[in-house]
Design a protein around this ligand. Structure first.
Ligand code: HEM
Length: 397
């Protein structure tokens, strides 16, 4: 019998993920109960997986472990996910691959490399502005901007309209009044509806055009499918980078020796970025639904069973990572699962890595000191983790 501070039921409490407390529960589950059954509550019943190998194996078997019924654990009252079977993240093979092929070209290493210079310039502008301010919220004023500009650019949003989308996404994805969030989200959808119609009339070289002109089995996507995928790309492209960059900065504030080392040993940036991804693991869970009876850890799972994969737990599994709770910017190998695994491996993985590397390298170049000027406000969610706000003062070099 595990003590109550380690009660696995707490994993479904958003407030429980506001600090590092969940790690103690995951550690105990990895050790004593790596496939834990949660009885139905306001959430449906589900299995919790916490070990690296299990999470990787389930992620890599998209036939038996389906994404089409939703990839997030939601309260039962929430009903079915509207994107189910229609967005990239929520489709299964073979349709998933066909859908992914429509947009994959924009996210290859080559395409990302072509964006490097413009990303660097955007970060410089964002940092110059933040330095001018006496004090700013690093999360919204700095970390949120580059990923939003980049994904908007790829989708075909003209430069002069990106600020509008920035303000809307700030409202739509921030904590706060559900009505304000809902209204902002609706405006974003209206914006993309207009862009979709424009691209139907005159396609250009961008993601929205790829979605409106692309065919799967000889058929165009429906308008609703195009819009749901725009939403998937916008959220996917912004939320986790914002969280990983700001949590990464927070970790570096606690590990100033590592930060100073990066100043002189820039060649360590790529491994440092991987370690930030592993250590912060901003995607807290993904879920799958079993499609046919299967044995996992000698336990029979039935069709319809839900399996929740706790990604930060996989990334601290002591069976795979030496000294897993230590932040080590030289860690190699570092085969973390922060970007997922298998067919649904993060579409923007290369882009995210480049954005993070550029962010940190420009911060090192342009900023002498980062001073935290108030308490960091954590996100309270079982879906993503990190910071809602991080007040700082940046001083130029
Ligand atoms: C640090 C940044 C990021 C993290 C931690 C992250 C994390 C993840 C994870 C864990 C998955 C797998 C979901 C699953 O297995 O069901 C995923 C998928 C996805 N990510 Fe990311 N992501 C990041 C950045 C991005 C960026 C920049 C984009 C740009 C568009 C993006 C777009 C997507 C999309 C579209 C999918 C669905 C792919 C599919 O199902 O085939 N992500 N991401």
């Amino acid at each position: 019998m595990m003590p109550s501070v380690l009660d696995p039921a707490r994993l479904t409490d958003p407030g429980f993920h506001a600090d590092d407390s969940a790690h103690a529960v995951w550690r105990a589950l990895r050790e004593h109960d790596p496939m834990h059954w949660h009885e139905p509550t306001r959430y449906p019943g589900f299995w919790s997986l916490t070990r690296y190998e299990d999470i990787r194996a389930v992620s890599r078997d998209a036939r038996v472990f389906s994404s089409a019924q939703g990839i997030l654990l939601r309260p039962t009252a929430h009903g079915t996910d509207v994107g189910g079977g229609r967005t990239l993240a929520l489709t299964d093979p073979p349709r998933h691959k066909a859908l992914r092929n429509l947009v994959a070209d924009w996210f290859t290493t080559r395409s990302v490399r072509a964006l490097e210079e413009s990303m660097r310039e955007a970060v410089r502008n964002v940092l110059a502005h933040a330095i001018e301010l006496e004090e700013c919220d690093f999360v919204t004023e700095v970390a949120a901007r580059l990923p939003l500009y980049v994904i908007c650019g790829l989708m075909g949003v003209p430069d002069e309209e990106q600020e509008l989308l920035f303000s809307l996404t700030k409202l739509a994805f921030a904590a706060g009044e559900p009505e304000i969030r809902g209204a902002a989200h609706l405006q974003i959808m209206q914006y993309f509806t207009e862009l979709m119609y424009q691209r139907m009339d005159s396609p250009a070289d961008d993601l929205v055009s790829a979605l409106v002109t692309g065919q799967i089995d000889g058929e165009l996507l429906t308008e609703e499918e195009v819009l749901l995928n725009c939403d998937n790309l916008l959220v996917g492209g912004t939320e986790n980078v914002r969280l990983a960059v700001s949590s990464g900065l927070r970790v570096f504030l606690d590990h100033s020796d590592d930060w100073e080392r990066l100043r002189t040993e820039r060649e360590l940036l790529p491994t440092a970025v991987e370690e930030v991804l592993r250590f912060t693991s901003t995607a807290t869970h993904v879920m799958r639904t079993v499609t046919e009876p299967v044995l996992l850890r000698d336990q029979r799972l039935d069709a319809g069973d839900r399996v929740v994969l706790w990604i930060p737990s996989a990334n601290r599994d002591e069976r795979v990572f030496t000294d897993p709770d230590r932040f080590d910017i030289t860690r190699t190998p570092n085969r973390h699962l922060a970007l997922g695994a298998g067919q649904h491996f993060c579409l923007g993985g290369m882009l995210a890595r480049a954005e993070m590397r550029i962010f940190f390298s420009e911060l090192l170049d342009m900023v002498k000191t980062v001073e935290q000027t108030g308490p960091a406000v954590p996100v309270e969610s079982i879906v993503v983790n990190g910071l809602e706000h991080l007040p700082v003062r940046l001083r130029a070099r």
